[in-house]
Design a protein around this ligand. Structure first.
Ligand code: PHE
Length: 381
């Protein structure tokens, strides 16, 4: 071998050793533990993304200040998944294939979390959705539980039951349901409410579908006004609720507006939705010390009270990091088992997972009143 070739070869060997030493941190021996955050920072519901990201980052910072997990600092990789299937799938593939993450926190929206869960399950990456409430997030089509997928929130059959029971307890006997046919969350929650409301003796006097692109609901709202339903159930996200509530007022609809966690946003139109009720995961008015301490730390850091998305983001990150610690190894196969048997005292309640990887937790009922969202009731499972 010529001297020159020898020099080139030795250079290549040294270079590959160096590269190996600081290769993808997800692999064993990396110097950080990477956690991906998939959140809708743009798209139809940006307040969901910002709150979720901020809650997760706060938890990660707190762990890092205490020395990280397994002696390593935690590195957050944030991707904008837009509450929509395609961008969410692209974001999931990117963080798994390029960034080599073993752990994903996200998405917020069920329609995005479901396709992401299929990728994470197939690639052996642990996914915990802070807020996606549709049952299919953690279930395979045959009803079996996905091994690697968890969530930090209750599910829509419970949320629908809670709102139906609440409506009936308020003396409401008739309901009109509006739903977005193409949104897994909205559709699932509408069905759950209908089943529980009728089982409890209520009557559904109208049911109308719309699409995610619709902005003019006047034709449906004319029917709602004619029906004189006690309740207009509109289980969509705040951006749609704002339009429907505003147009309902214009059409003289007198039904009490009700919905689910998707209403929870600093951008909810409080004037238009005045008098409405929605189910949620937590209330900042909860007097438990774990809640009040979290609320004041969050307020000090971000200058606003945490909504349910921030709180569940914080809880999801803590659950994941506690499970990594419990597993004792940066190995998603072990971490998923640690999560399945974890008990954790989270801000939104003490969390243990059932066989479907869903926490069993109480729901809060919130009322929109005089420009504020106030705690109305808490309903246990
Ligand atoms: N539960 C909603 C979904 O599955 C997401 C959401 C949770 C929105 C909490 C707001 C507050 O799509």
């Amino acid at each position: 071998m010529s001297k020159r070739l020898l020099v080139v070869f030795s250079f290549l060997i040294v270079a590959s050793m160096l590269l190996g030493a600081c290769g993808p941190a997800g692999s064993a021996g990396g110097d950080t533990i990477k956690v991906a955050i998939l959140a809708p920072l743009s798209g139809p519901v940006p307040t969901f993304g910002v709150s979720t990201r901020d809650g997760i980052l706060m938890a990660i910072e707190e762990w890092n200040a205490k020395g990280g997990v397994l002696g390593k600092q935690i590195e957050a990789i944030v991707a904008d998944s837009q509450c929509t299937a395609d961008p969410a799938v692209n974001a999931a593939n990117k963080v798994i294939d390029q960034d080599q993450v073993h752990y994903i926190i996200g998405e917020v929206c069920s329609s995005a979390s479901i396709p992401v869960s299929e990728i994470a399950e197939q690639k052996g990456v642990v996914q915990i959705s802070p807020t996606s409430t549709n049952p299919s997030v953690t279930l395979n089509p045959d009803g079996s539980t996905k091994n690697y997928i968890f969530r930090a929130c209750f599910i829509d059959p419970f949320q629908g039951l809670v709102m139906a029971k609440f409506a009936l307890s308020q003396g409401k006997q008739t309901a009109f349901i509006m739903f977005d046919q193409g949104n897994d969350y909205v559709l699932g929650l509408a069905e759950a409410f209908e089943a529980s409301f009728t089982a409890g003796g209520g009557t559904i006097v109208g049911k109308e579908a719309y699409t995610g692109q619709d902005t003019d609901f006047s034709a449906i709202l004319t029917k709602v006004a004619d029906s004189q339903a006690d309740v207009l159930f509109i289980p969509d996200y705040y951006n749609v609720v704002n339009l429907v509530a505003t147009q309902a007022k214009e059409r003289g609809v007198t039904s009490t507006l009700m919905g689910g966690d998707g209403w929870d946003s600093s951008d909810l139109d409080l004037a238009a939705a005045d008098g409405g009720f929605f189910s949620n995961h937590y209330s900042a008015e909860d007097t438990r010390p774990v809640v009040q301490e979290f609320v004041s730390r969050y307020e000090a850091k971000y200058g606003s009270k945490p909504d349910a998305l921030a709180t569940l983001g914080y809880d999801a990150a803590n659950l994941l990091l506690a499970a990594i610690e419990k597993a004792g190894e940066d190995d998603p196969a072990k971490v998923k088992d640690a999560l399945a048997s974890l008990q954790y005292d989270a801000v939104s309640g003490t969390i243990t997972f059932d066989e479907f990887h869903n926490p069993i937790k109480a729901a809060a009922i919130m009322q929109v009143k005089d420009g504020k969202v106030i705690f109305a009731d808490s309903i246990a499972p």
